[in-house]
Ligand binder design. Sequence first.
Ligand SMILES: [Zn+2]
Length: 279
Amino acid sequence: MKPEGWQAQRRIENEYDRALRRLLQRSWQIISYDPALMNPWDFIRRLERLAGTGSFQQFAMAAAKKMVTQTFFDTAATWRQAAQEGAQGRLLLQALRGEMQGPVGRSVELLIDRNAGIIRSMPLDLAARATQYIHAETLKGKRHEQIAQELLALFPKMSESKAALIARTEASKAHTALIQVRAEAIGVYWYEWRTSKDSRVRSSHAHMDGVLFRFDTPPSPELLAGEKSVGNYNAGEIYNCRCFPKPVIFIDYVTWPHKVYYGGRIVSMSKERFRQIAA
Ligand SMILES: [Zn+2]
């Protein structure tokens, strides 16, 4: 199904996921080269050593760059399309030109750094989980050789779920970040929260669908839905979330009255009232 304009392309997330899996698969081959001699603490040491190698770091940078660059072009195409639809088109197109020198360029660099850092820390996170496993199994009286074999067998599953979580969460965060920075660069501060409309949408997020929010005043969707808060964030900015922000570029394209997050609550607002508070 073709995603609607502002939704992230699943292709970008999937490619990122595959790249991270390939990296971890190769890592597994490297650290398990001689399983017969392995003590579980060797497993940890090899993982940690791997994270520090130059080739691992280079790969982390390349994978991060690719995902962020693809998101950059994908979201730019959406802005260009939006420019064709309305009166402020010229302004939007102007903003897209030379944007790498401004806040958008800085945001791209930050996103690449952030993702490269997360990828570089994957082996260390896996090592931390493996350490817990070794302690727990040692307490049960298991022999070291057996624990080492079990870790080797567990590693592919552990790394697959890690790669999937990072790809989904970070591709979505990058997508939201690039929509936000371009919007704010042209003075668009509000967006409409959209969900991916599939069965995996959290109930708290389903509650946010269609509501208008300010980028700089993210809500706690859980709190608004009467659940325990896990923090304030914009659409697409939390683990496993595929929601996305649709910038309110033209107020006339919004149906009024509309639900707006204002003063810590979701209220129904008329167009006139929204113009006042959005000014
Ligand atoms: Zn969501």
